[in-house]
Design a protein around this ligand. Structure first.
Ligand code: GLN
Length: 447
């Protein structure tokens, strides 16, 4: 813990943590040491973890990197924090993220952007940017993020780490600050596949506090075995054809295709006719759900209340106007619009139908193939400040991550070398619902 605390101090300017639980982490570590000596330590003894600042931990502040939660302290722990602590993980602090997990560059945080350790002029990715940089810069052993449309996988890719988004419902959302509830899923960011498997084992499984958590008992991954036998892998031809994909990202995909083929795997292009609908469908549904989830921040129940409020109406109005950032407001307005009586059928109901088509088509491909392989993101980490102006440009960057989110299937981002400027690239694998074990075992192959 002391080693990590030093690292956190040394690289504080990267802005990866919103708060460090220094004294408490040292106390926890002492307790774990004692258990180790007594032979009673849990599976995560020795693991020092950062948690994204949208994960509740009783008695600790939780802000979702928003001004509107200013001063708010969690009154209970999320299920995942309880499970991590029960296995003797040490939680070292809460990691910076985009406000309410809305974003893909960590530039929407009330606490400012997180800098990429590979190049400090560039973004960390997001929304779990602090978690990814904390792992990248050696400030903790592993970190926990949340992934609604790519927020674990994409920052992991930008930071050369592994990011796993499990099957929707695999890990309880109880105590996670909701963004878009039918998409939100917790996931680990790690330096090894076996750490991702271990953290999944500890966090996964049914939970009485989350009705959307998968109710069947969870089979722990246990020891991962090397994947054997030839696999059938599909890749999206459009990812290679698209002008929006960076040439070196295309090259990375082409190289992996060639390597897999040379080793006897079947790798074939598939056409995904809904590619252009992925981003619009995701943003209609995610903003609709967000506009509903964020109604609770009214200046009365949680955190920030405007000092200028004089009555109930102005408490709502001013607290929300002053408390939410620009991107969050944009999404609340967009989500409210697509849910409004006159537009519900044209946007929200239609997007639900398109989501079904996307899910069915994705599952159909995954009946024929073991895996779908795509880049995690169309380009590597970009310069801080570059994209703030045009939200549509940022939304389009989620093209390769939202498919797994819309379909609810598991997906992992794996480090796939660096580009010519030394920036990490990420390769993403998607597989069938519930097939995390196969996904993790095959992931080892790439590393
Ligand atoms: N970039 C996507 C968004 O802004 C995904 C974010 C996430 O997964 N939380 O919605």
């Amino acid at each position: 813990v002391n080693g990590y605390l030093n690292r956190i101090d040394q690289f504080a300017h990267l802005n990866a943590f919103n708060e460090v639980f220094a004294a408490e982490a040292l106390e926890q570590a002492k307790a774990v040491d004692a258990k180790l000596h007594a032979g009673t330590a849990g599976k995560l003894a020795g693991m020092v973890i950062g948690i994204k600042d949208n994960i509740s931990y009783k008695g600790h502040k939780v802000s979702a990197s928003s001004k509107i939660l200013d001063g708010f302290t969690a009154i209970f722990s999320s299920t995942i924090v309880e499970r991590l602590l029960a296995e003797d993980a040490v939680i070292i602090g809460r990691c910076n993220c985009d406000e309410f997990a809305m974003g893909g560059a960590n530039e929407n945080s009330y606490f400012g952007p997180v800098k990429n350790f590979a190049d400090e002029t560039r973004v960390s990715g997001g929304s779990s940017g602090g978690s990814a940089v904390a792992v990248q810069a050696g400030m903790c052993h592993a970190a926990i993020g949340t992934d609604t449309g790519g927020s674990v996988r994409q920052p992991a890719a930008f930071c050369g780490a592994i990011g796993l988004k499990p099957t929707y419902g695999r890990i309880s959302r109880h105590g996670i600050i909701a963004y878009a509830s039918s998409f939100d899923q917790v996931g680990p960011i790690t330096n090894s596949v076996s750490d991702a498997a271990l953290l999944l084992d500890v966090m996964a499984g049914p939970d009485n506090y989350d009705g959307t958590a998968i109710q069947q008992p969870y089979q722990p991954q246990g020891e991962l075995k090397p994947s054997t036998g030839a696999k059938k892998i599909a890749y999206l031809q459009e990812a290679l054809d698209s002008e929006g994909t960076d040439p070196e990202v295309k090259q990375m995909l082409t190289d992996n295709i060639a390597k897999l083929k040379a080793e006897g795997h079947t790798v074939e292009p598939v056409s995904f006719e809904y590619l252009d609908y992925l981003v619009p469908t995701y943003y209609v549904l995610a903003t609709a759900e967000a506009s509903s989830n964020l109604q609770r921040y009214d200046g009365v129940h949680y955190g920030y209340r405007s000092p200028n409020a004089t009555d109930l109406q102005s408490t709502y109005k001013l607290s929300r106007s002053e408390g939410f950032g620009k991107e969050v407001k944009r999404r609340i307005m967009l989500g409210t619009f697509v849910l409004s009586a006159g537009y519900y059928d044209a946007y929200y109901a239609k997007a639900q139908k398109v989501r079904r088509l996307i899910r069915d088509k994705t599952n159909e491909i995954l009946q024929q193939y073991d895996l779908i392989m795509v880049p995690t993101a169309p380009e590597p980490a970009f310069a801080i400040g570059k994209e703030e102006k045009d939200p549509v440009v940022s939304y389009l960057h989620d093209i390769f991550t939202v498919q797994a989110s819309l379909a609810g299937v598991p997906a992992i981002s794996l480090p796939a070398g660096n580009n010519s400027q030394g920036l990490p690239l990420g390769l993403q694998l998607l597989t069938k619902q519930y097939a995390e074990k196969e996904l993790l075992e095959f992931s080892e192959y790439f590393l």
